[in-house]
Design a binder for this molecule. Structure first.
Ligand SMILES: Cc1cc2nc3c(=O)[nH]c(=O)nc-3n(C[C@H](O)[C@H](O)[C@H](O)COP(=O)(O)OP(=O)(O)OC[C@H]3O[C@@H](n4cnc5c(N)ncnc54)[C@H](O)[C@@H]3O)c2cc1C
Length: 94
């Protein structure tokens, strides 16, 4: 049983994973694509991220993933097709 299941490992999902991990939550990240990074992976050059001027989007996606890996976050490849709410809780991703 997880405290938190995050759907998607783009910047938003992996940021949530960093905060969840720092809060001591037992969490899981589910990503349907074989790589983390989300839309950033398709970007040639990102110039508006402080501290990483002109970074290639693919490299940025890899850095995001390295960050959560270092924190021990578990990321699995799976497409979530539904999120159901058990009564009264918790939510379950299937
Ligand atoms: C060509 C291009 C250039 C860009 N350039 C810049 C830039 O220079 N600067 C900038 O700030 N922003 C840029 N962006 C925008 C930036 O990439 C997005 O704002 C950012 O990726 C959004 O992050 P996100 O985590 O919210 O969503 P996403 O990046 O869309 O990540 C969502 C993740 O969830 C996964 N997912 C979705 N549904 C499911 C499911 N049912 N089950 C499992 N996994 C699922 C997806 O596969 C994806 O990996 C660019 C975008 C593109 C396409």
């Amino acid at each position: 049983m997880y405290d938190l299941i995050i759907v998607g490992s783009g910047p938003a999902g992996l940021s949530a994973a960093v905060y969840g991990s720092r809060a001591g939550l037992n969490l899981l990240v589910l990503e349907e694509k074989p790589m983390s990074g989300g839309q950033v992976l398709n970007t040639c050059e990102v110039d508006n991220y402080l501290g990483m001027p002109g970074i290639n989007g693919f490299d940025m996606g890899m850095k995001f993933r390295e960050h959560v890996d270092r924190m021990g976050v578990v990321c699995k490849t799976a497409a979530v097709t539904a999120v159901t709410e058990a009564v009264p809780r918790p939510l379950t991703a299937v």
